[in-house]
Design a protein around this ligand. Sequence first.
Ligand code: SAM
Length: 279
Amino acid sequence: RSTHFGFQHVSEKEKEEKVYKVFENVASKYDQMNDAMSFGVHRLWKDHFMRRLSPASGTKLLDVAGGTGDIAFRFLEFLNNQGESFTKDMYPDIEDLASAEKSVEESDSMPEHFLKSSVTVCDINQAMLDVGKEKAQNMGFTSGISWIKGNAEDLPLPDNTFDAYTIAFGIRNCTHVDRVLEEAYRVIKPGGRFMCLEFSEVKNSMLSFAYDNYSFQVIPVLGQIVANDWKSYQYLVESIRQFPNQEEFAAMIKDAGFSMVTFENLTFGVAAIHSGFKL
Ligand code: SAM
């Protein structure tokens, strides 16, 4: 079976390997590149995304393709601002979640740490996770967060586990978007929410012309200067063009079983937030 890697036709296996290489190459420069490419706007989009999610205390979040932790840190900061504080050693690791849940089912009382919020960052790329873990330490987040290596298309996690699932600028890198959505549906608890932040389609033709020129001509150059890597950034631009537009993606989310599916454009559709619930 063949698929796209940017505008190239490659086998599915090749795409997976190439995407892996892209993020392995850029991991240490990833945050700087995001700022350079988007003039810092990605930070505003991610802030807005977290406000839209507005997690309540006790939320168990799974952030897939979580990379260097941008969404996870915003989640913890959001809850810190709501008065929840993340002190050391209060949280179980993800490996303990299934057994902890079982013990909750078996006993009448809920362990205290289970009433607290937590975020699990899952990414296929160890290099990105390593940068994230180091950032977490530097930011003082030593609890409430766990990191696991895993493929969004085949999550190493039990069914009906998370109150919320987020994926930011990750799903277009996956080979089978439908499998990612199926897996999201499986691990979210009934009543839980799916939220995706991703580049999307700019509808206004004037703006879209300017945006195309910027992204095709400027981004690979920035990639070369900041990360010494033209090709990876050329791929990133091309992968944005290959991804389904707002309406098509919303239809895929519905097809995966989610209800109340909506989307919101950010910066004229340069990015969009899609949301759905597992009822
Ligand atoms: N969510 C982070 C953010 O918004 O800054 C990182 C986004 S980064 C553009 C895309 C991430 O998707 C990379 O860390 C990459 O390793 C990860 N990724 C790509 N394919 C994946 C897959 N099949 N499963 C899990 N993660 C994947």
